[in-house]
Design a protein around this ligand. Structure first.
Ligand code: ADE
Length: 242
């Protein structure tokens, strides 16, 4: 997958895409990140990209022409791709949306700053994404989050694809708790079932913990989960032990 990132601060991304799983994906060519500084499209000697808002108020607003010229140029550099604005008013980014975006061969992400974009450029976006109900100083950290989450879903990026399928949210529920050695630590024991090597029991135990964690921590997520018949049996069993 090729990801073009349009930003005023390309240096923020230095090193971010060099490490860990994402770093290996970039090195092995599974993901190609291309950064574009839209300052290069700014007006005049000072390459101005922003101006004060009409009607007054604090902060600066991105002028429409430099950003739109940059987006249109970047579009032409490779195969067709959706142009995605990272903004607080965008569609909430979820694991499911990530799965859909991972199917594209190319994405173009546009990072805002200051008070926002001139409203008239919004039609250049195919859609907008928000990573949460808070306002960041810019879209750069949101772009990193989106690229990181999507990259894990591209086959080949995570060594063991099972670990992605088991991830929190991948199947609409949270992940089960994990333990490692020592089996006894500060008086806290690893559940016995995980030590006995019976994989049918282990899988059932993990599924029941995952369901329970979701019910307790994220009832909103649980309400939208598609439960299998065996999930329903597990929940009945959990209720009968209450
Ligand atoms: N830019 C500023 N805040 C943001 C958010 N919450 N999500 C995406 N982009 C943003």
């Amino acid at each position: 997958m090729r990801v073009d990132i349009i930003t005023l601060l390309p240096q923020i991304f230095e090193n971010v895409f060099d490490e860990s799983v994402l770093g290996s994906a970039v090195k092995s060519g599974l993901i190609d990140i291309v950064l574009h500084n839209f300052r290069d499209y700014g007006d005049g000697k000072h390459k101005t990209v922003d101006d004060t808002p009409f009607g007054g108020g604090p902060g600066m607003v991105f002028k429409p022409t430099p950003l739109v010229n940059c987006i249109r140029d970047v579009r032409k550099k490779s195969i067709p791709a959706p142009v995605i604005g990272l903004t607080p008013q965008g569609e909430p980014f979820t694991q499911n949306l990530g799965k859909e975006l991972a199917k594209f061969d190319r994405l173009i992400l546009v990072c805002g700053r200051y008070e926002g974009f001139d409203e008239r450029i919004i039609h250049e976006f195919d859609f907008q994404l928000s990573i949460g109900d808070y306002v960041l100083t810019g879209g750069e950290f949101a772009a990193m989050t989106v690229v990181d989450a999507i990259s894990r879903m591209i086959p080949g990026t995570v060594g063991c694809q099972d670990s992605v399928i088991q991830d929190s949210f991948y199947e609409g529920i949270l992940d089960h708790p994990q333990y490692t050695r020592p089996a006894s630590w500060e008086g806290l024991e690893v559940p016995n079932v995980l030590l006995n090597g019976n994989h049918a029991f282990i899988n059932k135990y993990r599924r029941s913990r995952a369901l329970l964690t979701t019910i307790v921590s994220r009832p909103d997520v649980f309400a939208t989960t598609n439960l299998s018949d065996s999930d329903k049996d597990i929940i009945q069993e959990l209720i009968s032990h209450m």
